[in-house]
Design a binder for this molecule. Structure first.
Ligand SMILES: [Zn+2]
Length: 248
Protein backbone atom coordinates (compact mmCIF):
# COMPACT_ATOMS: atom_id res chain seq x y z
CA UNK A 1 0.00 0.00 0.00
CA UNK A 2 1.32 3.43 -0.84
CA UNK A 3 1.93 5.87 1.96
CA UNK A 4 -0.75 8.51 1.82
CA UNK A 5 0.41 10.76 4.56
CA UNK A 6 0.72 13.65 2.15
CA UNK A 7 -2.95 14.12 1.55
CA UNK A 8 -3.55 16.10 4.70
CA UNK A 9 -0.58 18.34 5.36
CA UNK A 10 0.49 18.44 8.97
CA UNK A 11 -0.36 21.78 10.47
CA UNK A 12 2.38 24.28 11.11
CA UNK A 13 2.05 25.22 14.75
CA UNK A 14 3.76 28.60 14.47
CA UNK A 15 1.81 29.59 11.41
CA UNK A 16 -1.46 28.52 12.97
CA UNK A 17 -0.71 30.42 16.15
CA UNK A 18 0.35 33.66 14.48
CA UNK A 19 -1.90 33.78 11.48
CA UNK A 20 -4.59 31.32 12.42
CA UNK A 21 -4.99 29.67 9.03
CA UNK A 22 -6.48 26.67 10.81
CA UNK A 23 -6.41 23.01 9.97
CA UNK A 24 -8.38 21.23 7.20
CA UNK A 25 -11.91 21.24 8.59
CA UNK A 26 -11.39 24.51 10.47
CA UNK A 27 -13.94 26.27 8.24
CA UNK A 28 -16.39 23.37 8.09
CA UNK A 29 -19.11 25.13 10.09
CA UNK A 30 -18.54 28.36 8.15
CA UNK A 31 -19.35 26.39 5.01
CA UNK A 32 -22.20 24.24 6.31
CA UNK A 33 -23.97 27.16 8.04
CA UNK A 34 -25.61 29.78 5.85
CA UNK A 35 -26.30 32.47 8.41
CA UNK A 36 -23.06 34.47 8.40
CA UNK A 37 -21.26 33.40 5.25
CA UNK A 38 -23.99 33.46 2.67
CA UNK A 39 -21.76 32.87 -0.33
CA UNK A 40 -18.88 30.49 -1.02
CA UNK A 41 -16.28 31.40 -3.63
CA UNK A 42 -13.89 28.71 -4.83
CA UNK A 43 -10.80 30.49 -6.10
CA UNK A 44 -9.02 28.37 -8.72
CA UNK A 45 -5.43 29.51 -9.26
CA UNK A 46 -3.65 27.52 -11.98
CA UNK A 47 -0.38 27.70 -13.82
CA UNK A 48 -0.47 27.79 -17.62
CA UNK A 49 -1.38 24.32 -18.87
CA UNK A 50 -2.78 23.20 -15.52
CA UNK A 51 -6.31 24.55 -15.61
CA UNK A 52 -8.65 21.84 -14.30
CA UNK A 53 -11.31 20.31 -16.52
CA UNK A 54 -14.68 22.08 -16.52
CA UNK A 55 -16.28 18.80 -15.47
CA UNK A 56 -14.13 18.78 -12.32
CA UNK A 57 -14.86 22.31 -11.16
CA UNK A 58 -18.55 22.04 -12.02
CA UNK A 59 -18.80 18.82 -10.05
CA UNK A 60 -17.00 20.50 -7.14
CA UNK A 61 -19.60 23.28 -7.08
CA UNK A 62 -22.43 20.75 -7.29
CA UNK A 63 -21.12 18.71 -4.35
CA UNK A 64 -20.52 21.81 -2.21
CA UNK A 65 -24.01 23.13 -2.99
CA UNK A 66 -25.36 19.77 -1.88
CA UNK A 67 -23.96 20.10 1.66
CA UNK A 68 -23.26 23.80 2.32
CA UNK A 69 -26.09 26.23 3.01
CA UNK A 70 -25.17 29.14 0.76
CA UNK A 71 -28.24 31.27 -0.12
CA UNK A 72 -26.09 33.46 -2.40
CA UNK A 73 -24.56 30.50 -4.11
CA UNK A 74 -21.25 28.77 -4.73
CA UNK A 75 -19.12 30.52 -7.32
CA UNK A 76 -15.92 29.71 -9.18
CA UNK A 77 -13.25 32.33 -9.70
CA UNK A 78 -10.49 31.35 -12.13
CA UNK A 79 -7.11 32.99 -12.30
CA UNK A 80 -4.03 31.98 -14.30
CA UNK A 81 -0.97 32.59 -12.20
CA UNK A 82 2.73 31.80 -11.91
CA UNK A 83 3.91 30.40 -8.62
CA UNK A 84 7.31 31.57 -7.51
CA UNK A 85 8.46 28.01 -6.94
CA UNK A 86 10.67 25.37 -8.53
CA UNK A 87 10.87 21.64 -7.95
CA UNK A 88 8.53 19.49 -5.91
CA UNK A 89 6.17 20.89 -3.30
CA UNK A 90 6.02 20.40 0.44
CA UNK A 91 2.88 21.21 2.44
CA UNK A 92 4.61 24.38 3.64
CA UNK A 93 5.44 25.39 0.04
CA UNK A 94 1.75 25.05 -0.78
CA UNK A 95 0.82 27.22 2.21
CA UNK A 96 3.35 29.92 1.34
CA UNK A 97 2.59 30.14 -2.39
CA UNK A 98 -1.15 29.81 -1.97
CA UNK A 99 -1.35 32.57 0.61
CA UNK A 100 0.75 34.80 -1.65
CA UNK A 101 -1.82 34.37 -4.42
CA UNK A 102 -5.10 34.46 -2.47
CA UNK A 103 -7.20 37.27 -3.89
CA UNK A 104 -9.00 37.74 -0.60
CA UNK A 105 -9.10 36.53 2.97
CA UNK A 106 -10.97 33.25 3.50
CA UNK A 107 -13.53 35.12 5.61
CA UNK A 108 -14.44 38.51 4.25
CA UNK A 109 -17.79 40.05 5.14
CA UNK A 110 -20.45 37.52 4.20
CA UNK A 111 -18.18 35.68 1.73
CA UNK A 112 -16.26 32.51 2.49
CA UNK A 113 -13.44 31.78 0.03
CA UNK A 114 -11.73 28.45 -0.44
CA UNK A 115 -8.72 28.22 -2.71
CA UNK A 116 -7.63 25.36 -4.97
CA UNK A 117 -4.21 25.81 -6.57
CA UNK A 118 -3.06 23.82 -9.62
CA UNK A 119 0.72 24.15 -9.86
CA UNK A 120 3.18 22.51 -12.20
CA UNK A 121 5.47 19.80 -10.81
CA UNK A 122 4.52 17.29 -8.08
CA UNK A 123 4.16 16.93 -4.35
CA UNK A 124 7.28 15.81 -2.45
CA UNK A 125 5.68 12.35 -2.38
CA UNK A 126 4.73 12.07 -6.04
CA UNK A 127 2.10 9.42 -5.25
CA UNK A 128 0.01 12.22 -3.78
CA UNK A 129 -2.45 13.78 -6.22
CA UNK A 130 -3.88 16.42 -3.93
CA UNK A 131 -3.37 17.87 -0.49
CA UNK A 132 -5.41 20.01 1.90
CA UNK A 133 -2.95 22.11 3.92
CA UNK A 134 -5.08 24.38 6.11
CA UNK A 135 -8.68 25.45 6.64
CA UNK A 136 -9.07 27.09 3.22
CA UNK A 137 -6.30 25.79 0.96
CA UNK A 138 -5.91 22.79 -1.36
CA UNK A 139 -3.34 21.93 -4.03
CA UNK A 140 -3.93 19.50 -6.90
CA UNK A 141 -0.94 18.18 -8.83
CA UNK A 142 -1.95 17.84 -12.47
CA UNK A 143 1.11 15.94 -13.64
CA UNK A 144 0.47 13.25 -11.02
CA UNK A 145 -3.24 13.21 -11.86
CA UNK A 146 -2.34 12.55 -15.51
CA UNK A 147 0.00 9.75 -14.44
CA UNK A 148 -2.79 8.19 -12.38
CA UNK A 149 -4.91 7.40 -15.43
CA UNK A 150 -5.37 3.65 -15.75
CA UNK A 151 -4.64 1.24 -18.57
CA UNK A 152 -6.80 1.96 -21.61
CA UNK A 153 -7.65 5.24 -19.93
CA UNK A 154 -9.87 3.56 -17.33
CA UNK A 155 -10.12 5.59 -15.25
CA UNK A 156 -9.20 8.56 -17.39
CA UNK A 157 -7.15 11.45 -16.04
CA UNK A 158 -10.31 13.55 -16.17
CA UNK A 159 -12.21 11.02 -14.05
CA UNK A 160 -9.36 10.92 -11.53
CA UNK A 161 -9.31 14.71 -11.40
CA UNK A 162 -13.10 14.83 -10.87
CA UNK A 163 -12.78 12.59 -7.82
CA UNK A 164 -9.67 14.22 -6.37
CA UNK A 165 -11.22 17.70 -6.36
CA UNK A 166 -14.30 16.50 -4.49
CA UNK A 167 -12.09 14.42 -2.15
CA UNK A 168 -9.96 17.41 -1.16
CA UNK A 169 -13.08 19.56 -0.69
CA UNK A 170 -14.25 16.79 1.65
CA UNK A 171 -11.14 17.35 3.76
CA UNK A 172 -11.95 21.08 3.96
CA UNK A 173 -15.36 19.92 5.19
CA UNK A 174 -13.61 17.98 7.94
CA UNK A 175 -14.08 14.49 6.48
CA UNK A 176 -13.34 11.96 7.86
CA UNK A 177 -13.01 12.66 11.62
CA UNK A 178 -10.62 15.61 11.09
CA UNK A 179 -12.52 17.96 13.42
CA UNK A 180 -15.06 15.61 15.03
CA UNK A 181 -15.63 11.95 15.84
CA UNK A 182 -18.19 10.19 13.70
CA UNK A 183 -20.82 8.06 15.42
CA UNK A 184 -20.43 5.70 12.44
CA UNK A 185 -17.43 3.46 12.08
CA UNK A 186 -16.34 4.59 8.63
CA UNK A 187 -12.84 5.96 9.12
CA UNK A 188 -10.21 3.67 7.63
CA UNK A 189 -8.07 2.27 10.43
CA UNK A 190 -4.89 2.31 8.34
CA UNK A 191 -5.44 5.64 6.62
CA UNK A 192 -6.54 8.23 9.14
CA UNK A 193 -8.82 10.98 7.90
CA UNK A 194 -10.26 8.75 5.19
CA UNK A 195 -13.22 6.51 4.53
CA UNK A 196 -13.08 2.73 4.51
CA UNK A 197 -15.87 2.59 1.92
CA UNK A 198 -14.64 2.37 -1.65
CA UNK A 199 -17.95 3.82 -2.82
CA UNK A 200 -17.21 7.09 -1.01
CA UNK A 201 -15.19 9.84 -2.64
CA UNK A 202 -13.41 10.03 0.73
CA UNK A 203 -12.04 6.50 0.22
CA UNK A 204 -8.34 6.54 1.11
CA UNK A 205 -7.08 5.46 -2.32
CA UNK A 206 -8.66 8.40 -4.16
CA UNK A 207 -5.67 10.64 -3.62
CA UNK A 208 -3.12 8.02 -4.64
CA UNK A 209 -1.47 7.81 -8.01
CA UNK A 210 -2.26 4.10 -8.02
CA UNK A 211 -5.99 4.75 -7.53
CA UNK A 212 -6.76 2.94 -10.80
CA UNK A 213 -5.34 -0.29 -9.42
CA UNK A 214 -7.32 -0.09 -6.18
CA UNK A 215 -10.74 0.59 -7.57
CA UNK A 216 -12.26 -1.43 -10.37
CA UNK A 217 -14.94 0.25 -12.41
CA UNK A 218 -16.07 3.81 -11.89
CA UNK A 219 -14.32 5.99 -9.34
CA UNK A 220 -16.60 7.41 -6.64
CA UNK A 221 -17.36 11.12 -6.98
CA UNK A 222 -19.90 11.45 -4.18
CA UNK A 223 -19.94 11.57 -0.42
CA UNK A 224 -21.54 8.39 0.93
CA UNK A 225 -24.37 8.27 3.48
CA UNK A 226 -21.98 8.18 6.45
CA UNK A 227 -20.12 11.24 5.12
CA UNK A 228 -23.42 13.08 4.57
CA UNK A 229 -24.71 12.05 8.02
CA UNK A 230 -21.51 13.41 9.60
CA UNK A 231 -21.97 16.75 7.82
CA UNK A 232 -25.63 16.92 8.84
CA UNK A 233 -24.68 16.20 12.45
CA UNK A 234 -21.97 18.86 12.39
CA UNK A 235 -24.36 21.40 10.88
CA UNK A 236 -27.11 20.83 13.46
CA UNK A 237 -24.69 20.51 16.36
CA UNK A 238 -25.55 16.93 17.26
CA UNK A 239 -21.91 16.06 16.45
CA UNK A 240 -19.53 18.33 18.39
CA UNK A 241 -16.74 19.90 16.32
CA UNK A 242 -13.26 21.07 17.27
CA UNK A 243 -10.70 23.48 15.80
CA UNK A 244 -13.28 25.78 14.23
CA UNK A 245 -12.12 29.26 13.15
CA UNK A 246 -15.74 30.32 13.20
CA UNK A 247 -18.97 29.06 14.72
CA UNK A 248 -22.40 30.64 15.01
ZN1 LIG B 1 -7.33 12.46 1.40
Amino acid sequence: MPALTGCIGASNAVNDLLENHGIPGGLTLACLDGGTYTKLVVEVDYEAGYKPETSSTNMLVERLEQVCDKPNGVELKFEETTFDHEGSWSAQDVRDEAWDTKSQEPRDGSVLTWQFIFPSNTYSDDNVLGVAVDASTVAIFGDSVDDAAGFFNRPSAEEVENSVLVHEAGHLLGLVNLVYTSPANHEDSENKGHSNNEDSVMYWAIESRSVGTFISGDLPTEFDQDDLDDLTGLANGSIPSTDQLWRS
